[in-house]
Design a binder for this molecule. Sequence first.
Ligand SMILES: NC(=O)c1ccc[n+]([C@@H]2O[C@H](COP(=O)([O-])OP(=O)(O)OC[C@H]3O[C@@H](n4cnc5c(N)ncnc54)[C@H](OP(=O)(O)O)[C@@H]3O)[C@@H](O)[C@H]2O)c1
Length: 330
Amino acid sequence: MSFSSFELLDQSKPIVVFGRDGQVGKALQVCLKDLQVPVVFLGRSDCDLSNASAIRDMLNRYQPQVIINAAAYTAVDKAETEQEIAFAINAKAPQVMAYYIANVAHGILVHYSTDYVFADTKKTAYSEEDITGPVEQLSIYGQSKLAGEQAIEEAFNLAQDSGHTSYKDKFSRYFILRTSWVYGDGGNFIRTMLRLAGERDQLKVVADQIGVPSSAQWLAEVGIQLTGSRVESGIYHAVPDGETSWHGLAVFAIETAALAGEGIEVKPENMQAIPATDYPLPAKRPYNSRLSNQKLKQALSEMAFTGTYPHWQEQVAAYVKEYVTASLKS
Ligand SMILES: NC(=O)c1ccc[n+]([C@@H]2O[C@H](COP(=O)([O-])OP(=O)(O)OC[C@H]3O[C@@H](n4cnc5c(N)ncnc54)[C@H](OP(=O)(O)O)[C@@H]3O)[C@@H](O)[C@H]2O)c1
């Protein structure tokens, strides 16, 4: 990946990354390691994101021009009973980051969000213009992530209205990257399925929830590319091409692992497709998690993004072969 277009950035100011130890955070560490711009990676032990003044202290200390927020309260079911902490991390923390960076000339905030901001109001892919919610039909996690998006938009609108960034061409920007079904270096569905496939000869997997598996590595690359671009502020749906169900993803990952030589007990015909109602969980999950990626594709093509736009199968195949197989063997 080329980072030649970082001329808008003051190279003496660091990029601050929150969420260092998460799936996307670890992928950002890989992507940013050769960049000629100082980068500060912050994990929970450096800055507890439920503490707004700790975030402000960190930002005042490092004075970044770019913030990448890959941290989130992602325990979707636990959030149902931990509403306060979920909102502190998913809504208040990004708000603090946004207020800071919106008032920095050429400041940029990259923030990751989720398909859980939609509640099955459509049967086809959601565009960035589609109305979110209704809030009362979202999980607490979805509500808290939506509140985070809204807080970011409000902070940037306020900064621009008040003229804090004094010249129009110095306006700060935000990129909210809504994504779905993330997998990388961390606990995720694909890893769980591959582990179970090595232990059991029968598996039941939900087949009526549809979405797009998204690689953490690719999400990190997209976030960094946008940081170095002149692309307009806003929400972007960041998912590869294609769609599948959890069952479809499990079958594909297990077949790929079997072909790669992994010890797999379960045969694809013994992977039973079940409805989500047979696997009840505390938090509501959308049946339709499809996100249209047209706006992102257009933005990437305008900034001469090198390489073809990925399909989820090609990314999952590479992940299963190169990463999961190796880590399961170690
Ligand atoms: N995973 C998915 O399937 C999915 C789907 C759609 C959207 N997203 C979004 O994509 C982004 C990245 O997700 P991910 O899968 O990379 O998440 P992840 O692996 O769960 O990582 C989240 C990170 O946030 C950190 N964090 C949580 N609470 C914190 C606190 N109080 N203070 C400081 N750090 C804290 C965690 O720290 P520790 O490592 O110390 O726990 C962890 O490193 C998030 O915005 C998420 O909402 C994810």
